[in-house]
Design a protein around this ligand. Structure first.
Ligand SMILES: [Zn+2]
Length: 298
């Protein structure tokens, strides 16, 4: 598999990847691994303690595994953090927000902030403080500035650690592989615009929600944009050959990947087709089942 192809191998490459339970990635950033490894979370969700003081920000919370709380507490000790100042979330997918309640149960009430989303936030009982594009969250030694970056999820925020130009990308840019753009709640056009916006920030390093940190942030973001455009070209080429259903397109352009990942790949292909449809470049006629449309070039 070439390195270019590997950009599309997200879940396959992430399977089995090992990361330490806790680690220091900068003077202001300590990681605590969410203990939720899997095909789509890789080694698990990276949660981050941010700051230099005795009270620090926790960015993301994993999905609520019992094993996570002792790891978080060890990471706090390692970071010199006696208490959490507050919890901040990149977005409302369960592997980011799912650990909040157990942390509140253990540590007492804390402010929990994110960009609200009625669908993603509905299952949770704790109050959510609203964040929006341009928000600033400060703690001793660190300033986080939030950027609304929809595409992977409508409520997604990335956070720039201003003191060191480190970018917490959530699920928009990962430490290995690529992210999934869900066919229903995702939006590939938005996603590409979000990547361009992140690139314009000219970040130095990426602290992703899954996988290791990325040292050359701009090169990685450019690689992500190029990868999506390459996939789009492959989809258009398949349509040109008369392959008109998502399942057939996936079989061609994801031939190198295990079939267990084809359903997820189908989500991304559908997201591409919807983007192309919005641009007037393809159109669909209904298939026999929902989600089984026949697509053609315009
Ligand atoms: Zn996500």
């Amino acid at each position: 598999m070439t390195s270019k192809d590997s950009a599309g191998a997200s879940p396959a490459l992430m399977l089995g990847m090992q990361m330490p339970n806790l680690d220091r990635w900068s003077d202001r950033v300590v990681t605590a691994l969410g203990q939720n490894p899997g095909a789509f979370t890789g080694p698990g969700t990276n949660t981050y303690l941010v700051g230099t003081g005795e009270s620090q920000i926790l960015l993301d919370t994993g999905d609520g595994r019992d094993d996570y709380l002792p790891v978080l507490e060890s990471a706090m000790e390692f970071a010199g953090c006696r208490t959490l100042q507050e919890i901040v979330l990149t977005h409302g997918h369960p592997d980011h927000i799912g650990g909040v309640q157990s942390i509140l149960d253990r540590m007492g009430p804390l402010r929990v902030s994110k960009l609200p989303d009625p669908t993603f936030d509905a299952p949770y009982r704790f109050p959510i403080t609203e964040l929006s594009d341009g928000c600033v969250i400060e703690t001793e030694g660190a300033t986080l500035r939030g950027f609304h970056t929809p595409g992977h999820a409508p409520d997604h925020l990335c956070f720039l650690l201003e003191e060191e130009s480190g970018l917490f990308t959530g699920d928009n840019v990962l430490g290995v592989g690529t992210t999934i753009i869900p066919a229903e709640s995702g939006d590939l056009g938005d996603y590409l615009r979000s990547l361009e916006r992140l690139l314009a920030l000219a970040p130095a390093r990426i602290f992703p929600a899954h996988g290791p940190q990325v040292e050359d942030a701009c090169a990685k973001i450019r690689e992500y944009i190029a990868h999506r455009l390459q996939r789009e070209a492959q989809i258009l080429a398949a349509l040109e050959k008369g392959v008109d259903r998502v399942v057939g397109i996936v079989k061609i352009i994801y031939a190198a990947y295990p079939e267990s990942l084809h359903a997820a790949a189908g989500q991304s292909v559908t997201s591409h087709l919807r983007k192309l449809e919005a641009e007037g470049r393809v159109s669909a006629s209904p298939g026999d089942a929902p989600g089984d449309a026949h697509w053609r070039l315009q």
